[in-house]
Design a protein around this ligand. Structure first.
Ligand code: NAD
Length: 309
């Protein structure tokens, strides 16, 4: 496993990191043991960054992680969680809620501090509230030792520049903007590098677009994006190739990102992802797939408040 510096934090993170959103859907079910094994497999394979949020499974992801992490020495992983987005479509970035949310997350996780504490999906609210109220509250929690570093996550790329023109953060987590058909995050890289911000990529499989199973119902991509991606999946399958392998290798090949989060609750997927990471990319197949995806190159969907898109 390769490790990279995460901006100016001093954290050396594994290039592949573990997205725990899926743990929320299996908490309390017979599959929970498998999910806990996936976390342990991740650590055993050298993954050292785990990302979660109280939003995932309505706090269940954090609770499942609390069980999984009990058996892992604290110096073997970095834990990132978030504030501001909760089950039922609730967004609350008020300073008071942030303080409560931090303590609730620490309790569920069974930890006394997290490594990265992030404002989750800031595109759903006024960015001025993020700058003036939420991030100062996170910095106070950092001063108290409850979080080592502070970050933001969001979908439309516009949000990052707005916030970073006005204040500092240690990390940004972007998703579905660096994958086979959409690499628009690249435009932001020189700006973020100059500021020394650690860059985390998520969802290199496009939240299911680049899997043989396909995106789940309700996936936010447009029908056209789904149709063209499905064509690329089918062409790979006809050739006996799994598009997820290509998508993983493509996403992880970019050295601008310190790490890329992939979500799975299946230990066998994790092992497969690490194997893929360590094998060379099929350049001919990549060229063919990129050609199929050309009509949707850098096209995306909107999310959050209209003014944030
Ligand atoms: P992803 O693109 O990593 O896709 C995950 C899907 O791919 C899952 O359905 C999983 O079962 C499947 N998969 C994983 N490995 C596979 C393999 N080897 N073969 C076939 N299928 C495989 O997207 P994601 O899970 O949405 O994102 C990863 C993580 O990033 C999340 O868990 C979360 O921690 C983080 N994230 C954060 C935000 C945010 O902060 N707003 C948004 C998106 C993701």
């Amino acid at each position: 496993m390769e490790y990279r510096e995460l901006g100016k934090t001093g954290l050396k993170v594994s290039v592949l990191s573990y997205g725990a959103s899926g743990l929320g859907s299996i908490y309390g079910t017979p599959d929970e043991a498998r999910g806990i094994k996936a976390v342990h497999t991740a650590i055993d394979c050298g993954i050292n960054l785990i990302d979660t949020s109280p939003l995932y499974g309505g706090t269940k992801s954090e609770s499942a992680l609390g069980k999984a992490l009990k058996e892992i020495p604290r110096d073997q992983y970095y834990l990132a969680t978030k504030v501001g987005r909760y089950a039922g479509g609730v967004s609350d970035f008020s300073a008071g809620r942030i303080v409560e949310s931090m303590d609730e997350s620490l309790m569920r996780l069974g930890l006394d501090h997290v490594d990265i504490f992030q404002c989750h999906d800031i595109d759903f609210v006024s960015l001025d509230q993020i700058v003036e109220e939420a991030l100062p509250a996170l910095r106070r929690l950092q001063e108290q030792g409850k979080a080592r570093f502070v970050g933001i996550t969001g979908f439309p790329l516009k949000v990052y520049r707005y916030v970073l023109d006005r204040t500092d953060v240690d990390t940004v987590l972007s998703f579905c903007h660096y994958m086979l058909h959409d690499t628009s995050f690249e435009m932001l890289v020189p700006y973020l590098r100059k500021k020394g911000v650690g860059m985390i990529n998520a969802s290199p499989l496009g939240m299911g677009l680049f899997t043989e199973r396909g995106p789940a119902p309700g996936h936010p991509a447009t029908e056209n994006i789904k149709r063209v991606c499905a064509k690329a999946v089918a062409v790979c399958k006809q050739k006996g190739e799994n598009i997820s392998k290509l998508a993983m290798q493509f996403g992880l090949a970019n050295p601008d990102f310190a790490t890329t989060l992939v979500g799975t609750t299946r230990p066998e997927h994790l092992k497969e992802n690490i194997e893929w990471l360590e094998s060379p990319i099929d350049e001919a197949l990549l060229a063919e797939v990129l050609e199929i995806l050309k009509p949707i190159r850098n096209t995306t969907w909107t999310r959050g408040l209209p003014e944030n898109n």
